[in-house]
Design a protein around this ligand. Structure first.
Ligand SMILES: *[C@@H]1O[C@H](CO)[C@@H](O)[C@H](O)[C@H]1NC(C)=O
Ligand SMILES: *[C@@H]1O[C@H](CO)[C@@H](O)[C@H](O)[C@H]1NC(C)=O
Ligand SMILES: CC(=O)N[C@H]1CO[C@H](CO)[C@@H](O)[C@@H]1O
Length: 482
């Protein structure tokens, strides 16, 4: 009897749990399944779009990338602040550069809650050394070759280009660069170090919670601000004859204590280098987190006129636009802007830059790439040198996931779509809405004298690294367009 009821109870229990599992499955699958199917469909369509312009079997394109390079130490930002005993401040504040630990707390508290990327110069060697020492001791820290130029160069070499890289590296850094990269620049004993404070979405620091994954970078460079490799780079450029010249890393000059006239002289020299570039050679300039208005003014006058392609993120776009409109630097913008907002800003930037350059003899701007967390957007002039815009936008989008998740294979269970099911092409009333089609996720259309392409990003949900994301994404997009 006892045994019998035990067995039936057990059976009953088994049947019940089986029913519960079934029920749970029944309730859960439809929603989850639809999402998964959608994600898989978008992924396979993006991969197909990327393959459409595959570079295999072609000659390796030649790309020259300047300037600078460093060693990145990547740490968990909050863990580092905890380790050095930095208490969360109740006074978030923007500082152009960091002089002491209180300013570091205020500056971090300013960018961390919205999850906005930023990069600041530390004008206090003692403080910077302390931070680096603490990072060295922090479990889970990672080291890698960093700086915009080496990351872009590395990505392009990986994607099949031969690269000339302008930067000053130590011999051991030189050894870890790809065999397809030739370095122009003098060797240094002590490379510059950049400290990358990464944080995931939902991280907390005292009363602050980060809305999205991002990073806060501090550095105290000695070599990079002087574009020390420029002379050697310029000489080797003649012989290298690249199809594309890429300039990045100039934010290392931001708020650096140059002597009077020093920065302008360096940028004048760069301007001469750019203007001597053959017209058949495309020139791309990668924007960055600039807050130094003097430097931004020099860039507008001396560097932008030499570029026919620009790349930037959702913070850098409104910042540059504000300056072109004659306004101030914008330090913090919406980290999750809508497609319509970004496209309107891109149209205006494209128009303003081209107006300026028509008046001053600068190169026409024919390509504009904006990378955001949720989507990639490009504007490319019809009939210009840049090909495969649709595939390049798809590749940029895939690279965003590959980089942030830290894996070349995209795992849909570590990805989500945050772009809406349709988007408006402009904030102007009565603007067209474009649905996000799973089978054709990259939307391209013509306007004025250019083509616009927008692709959703499969946002990585298990973040390995955000730093270097923009560089990897921009470089991947460029590779298919040369
Ligand atoms: C630089 O940082 C150190 C260490 O945090 C601090 O003791 C010093 O007061 C700082 N110097 C200035 C000028 O703020
Ligand atoms: C620009 O910013 C400075 C200081 O941040 C401020 O004094 C000035 O009024 C601003 N100018 C404009 C045009 O907003
Ligand atoms: C995390 C990641 O995938 N980043 C890539 C960015 O590009 C460099 C090339 O310089 C790769 O080494 C990184 O893996």
């Amino acid at each position: 009897m006892e045994l019998g009821s035990g067995v039936s109870l057990l059976k009953y229990g088994t049947v019940m749990s089986f029913v519960m599992v079934l029920l749970a499955y029944w309730y859960r699958t439809p929603v989850r399944d639809t999402l998964d199917t959608r994600l898989h469909a978008v992924l396979s369509s993006l991969l197909r779009a990327e393959r459409k312009a595959d570079m295999n079997n072609f000659v390796r394109p030649r790309v020259a990338v300047g300037f600078g390079g460093c060693v990145d130490i990547i740490v968990d930002g909050v863990k580092l602040l905890d380790k050095i005993g930095l208490q969360p401040t109740d006074r978030p504040f923007h500082h152009d550069y960091i002089e002491n630990i209180a300013q570091l707390a205020e500056s971090f508290a300013y960018f961390f809650p919205p999850g906005a990327a930023s990069e600041r110069f530390v004008m206090n060697d003692t403080l910077f050394t302390q931070l680096v020492e603490a990072s060295r001791e922090l479990p889970g820290n990672r080291w890698s070759v960093g700086g915009n130029a080496p990351v872009m160069a590395g990505r392009m070499a990986l994607e099949g280009c031969d690269v000339l890289l302008g930067g000053s590296f130590s011999p051991d850094l030189n050894d870890v660069l790809s065999q397809h990269i030739t370095v122009a620049g003098n060797s240094v004993e002590e490379p510059d170090i950049h400290l990358i404070l990464e944080y995931p979405a939902g991280a907390t620091w005292g009363q602050y919670t980060s809305k999205r994954a991002n990073r806060y970078i501090v550095h105290s460079d000695d070599h990079n601000p002087y574009l020390a490799s420029m002379e050697d780079f310029e000489q080797k450029l003649q012989g290298f004859q690249p199809d594309l010249l890429v300039i990045g890393g100039l934010q290392m000059m931001d708020n650096f204590p140059f002597k009077a006239g020093e920065r302008e002289a360096l940028l004048r020299r760069l301007a001469r280098l750019l203007s001597s570039a053959a017209l058949e050679m495309g020139v791309h300039f990668e924007m960055a987190s600039f807050v130094d208005e003097g430097l931004m003014g020099d860039l507008l006058r001396l560097v932008l006129p030499g570029a026919d392609s620009l790349g930037m993120n959702e913070q850098e776009l409104p910042n540059l636009l504000s300056l072109l409109r004659g306004g101030n630097v914008t330090v913090l913008s919406d980290p999750n802007p809508r497609v319509a907002t970004v496209l309107d800003q891109m149209r205006e930037l494209y128009r303003l830059v081209n107006e300026r350059h028509r008046g001053s003899g600068g190169r026409p701007l024919t390509r504009l790439h904006v990378h955001t967390l949720a989507f990639q957007a490009m504007i490319v002039t019809r009939g210009s040198r840049w090909k495969n815009t649709m595939s390049a936008t798809a590749k940029a989008s895939l690279t965003a996931n590959r980089h942030v998740c830290g894996s070349p294979d995209i795992n849909p269970s570590k990805a989500k779509l945050i772009m809406d099911e349709s988007f408006s092409v402009s904030r102007r009333e009565g603007s067209q809405r474009i649905p996000l089609l799973e089978t054709r996720p990259v939307s391209c259309w013509d306007e004025d004298d250019y083509q616009v392409c927008v692709a959703p990003v499969l946002v990585c949900t298990e973040v390995f690294q955000t730093a270097g994301g923009g560089d990897n994404i921009s470089a991947a997009g460029l590779v298919l367009q040369i």
